[in-house]
Ligand binder design. Structure first.
Ligand code: GAP
Length: 478
């Protein structure tokens, strides 16, 4: 089977909407910039990715515990962490069309990578382009662009009584990263679960950033979900554990079907003042034209705990029973965007291909082309689809529904009797359903077995109904 042209962003966006994965938010009001909603298959896929991460990071580990902290935290949290003063992006405005751009993104168009540069460095690079008459608004072409200025990414809100509403006292921030809640609950975790160093705290949850230009679909949005794990350790353990976690995270991508040559490490040369090492896993997005960050692995030193200890007055040290030493643990983190991973898995799996002319489906006139989501079975939104061969034969329908009702207690299943079998296969292929079960006349009249068809090979086999449960147990074992 020949794979066809690469996936453009337009193709992925249109597929996501057409098949109920991702919808633009507030569409009936004309949309709402860089916010998206997840439809039926989207939420199923997102939950499966989240569960796969949780399984690797918490369930299969004895040194990591879970947490679900609140989105709102004491406002001082974000002062102590440095976010209120310093979580900014450089912004440029077009004076003609009033569009707003991230200065480092404008510079990217000229092959300049100033991702982590200072405002001065960015303005110097912009000035050089301006002098060469190369700097133009990407929307209207005007050369009337402002210089870059800082733009806070923090999303503000107000909590409290109405009289407080306009006072500074009631200002709260929607968390820009989930790890803030982990630092605040670290002491409670120590006091209640008594973990021994090194140990991790993991959580999945929403984060909010007032991205200047949130482009590229769900790659960069203003509301998104992060999956973060903060690993607390002694400073001398950092090097070994950092390498270990890098390897574990790399292997996770391979385990879930991402080819080795589609990911690589990006080493940050310019580090945040508290970081001693920072690497990103980047994925080669077909739809975004190249390698982009999906996950960051950062050695953060004792910055977070020392800042919060100083700011709150709480004692955040750890007492080592064995060495009788009291110390402030250092932290390394793994941090990944769930929505970004969803885009990565779709980009990697969405395939348009010619159906092998010698295959049963082609020879039965079931279409020469198909779109198929070749995604790991464990991540597939629907695991098994069950069909009666014909929808107007009550005996076939009754048997198919009986199988569906039994299987759905174990797997996410779909019953479908719409259109002919070929169309049903195509619908299930496109959303990545690994197996389709068809109840036909042989089932009722001959052998009490059904046809099971495999998404990738399109091969069919007869399986006795009584063996179906065991059959799928084998197929889905991980
Ligand atoms: N606690 C560390 C931290 O938040 P980050 O590099 O800012 O680090 C980590 O974010 C991950 O979160 C990124 O690699 C990306 O996958 C995801 N992410 C960050 N901003 C995002 C946005 N605006 N939209 C979607 N995902 C985002």
């Amino acid at each position: 089977m020949k794979k066809q042209e690469t996936n453009s962003l337009e193709k992925i966006v249109s597929f996501c909407k057409r098949r109920g994965f991702v919808y633009p938010s507030s569409e009936i009001y004309g949309g709402f910039g860089a916010i998206y909603d997840y439809g039926h298959y989207g939420i199923l896929l997102k939950n499966n990715i989240r569960d796969a991460w949780w399984r690797a990071m918490v369930q299969l580990r004895e040194d990591v515990v879970g947490l679900d902290s609140a989105i709102f935290m004491h406002p001082q949290t974000w002062v102590a962490s440095g976010h209120v003063a310093g979580f900014n992006d450089p912004q440029v405005d077009c004076k003609e069309c009033k569009n707003r751009f991230r200065a480092d993104h404008l510079l990217e168009e000229f092959g300049l990578n100033l991702d982590k540069a200072t405002l001065e460095e960015i303005n110097k690079a912009l000035d050089e382009l301006r002098q060469d008459k190369k700097l133009k608004c990407p929307v209207c072409g005007s050369k009337n662009l402002t210089e870059a200025k800082v733009f806070s990414l923090m999303v503000k809100s107000n909590l409290g009584s109405p009289t407080d509403e306009l006072s500074e006292k009631s200002v709260v921030y929607l968390r820009p990263e989930t790890c803030g809640g982990i630092y605040l609950e670290y002491k409670n975790v120590l006091d209640t679960l008594h973990p021994k160093l090194p140990f991790g705290i993991a959580q999945v949850g929403k984060a909010f950033r007032n991205e200047i230009v949130a482009r590229q679909f769900i790659f960069r949005t203003r509301e998104f979900e992060q999956m973060e794990m903060q690993y607390f350790l002694k400073p001398e353990q950092m090097e070994e554990k950092y390498e270990k976690w890098k390897q574990l995270r790399w292997d996770w991508y391979l385990e879930y079907g991402i080819p080795k040559d589609k990911i690589h490490w990006y080493k940050h040369e310019k580090l945040a003042h508290y970081a001693s090492q920072a690497y990103d896993i980047e994925f080669d997005f077909q739809a975004l034209g190249g390698f982009k960050e999906v996950e960051g692995i950062h050695a953060r030193g004792d910055w977070d705990l020392s800042q919060h200890a100083k700011s709150s007055g709480a004692d955040l040290t750890y007492f080592d029973d064995e060495t009788k030493e009291r110390l402030l643990p250092h932290i390394m983190e793994t941090s990944v965007g769930l929505n970004r991973l969803l885009l990565m898995f779709l980009d990697n799996a969405y395939t348009e291909e010619d159906v092998d002319p010698s295959s049963a489906e082609a020879s039965e006139g079931r279409g020469e082309q198909r779109a198929v989501l070749k995604i790991d079975k464990r991540l597939a939104p629907v695991k098994i689809a069950i069909f009666p061969l014909l929808k107007n034969k009550p005996n076939l329908v009754a048997k198919a529904r009986e199988i569906y009702l039994a299987l759905r207690t174990k797997y996410f299943c779909e019953f479908d009797d719409n259109g002919n079998i070929g169309k049903r296969y195509r619908r299930q292929d496109e959303i990545g359903t690994p197996y389709c079960v068809t109840v036909d006349f042989e089932t009722l009249e001959k052998d009490d077995s059904v046809t099971v068809r495999d998404r990738d090979s399109m091969k069919q086999e007869r399986v006795p109904i009584k063996d179906l449960e065991q059959f799928f147990l084998e197929k889905f074992k991980s």
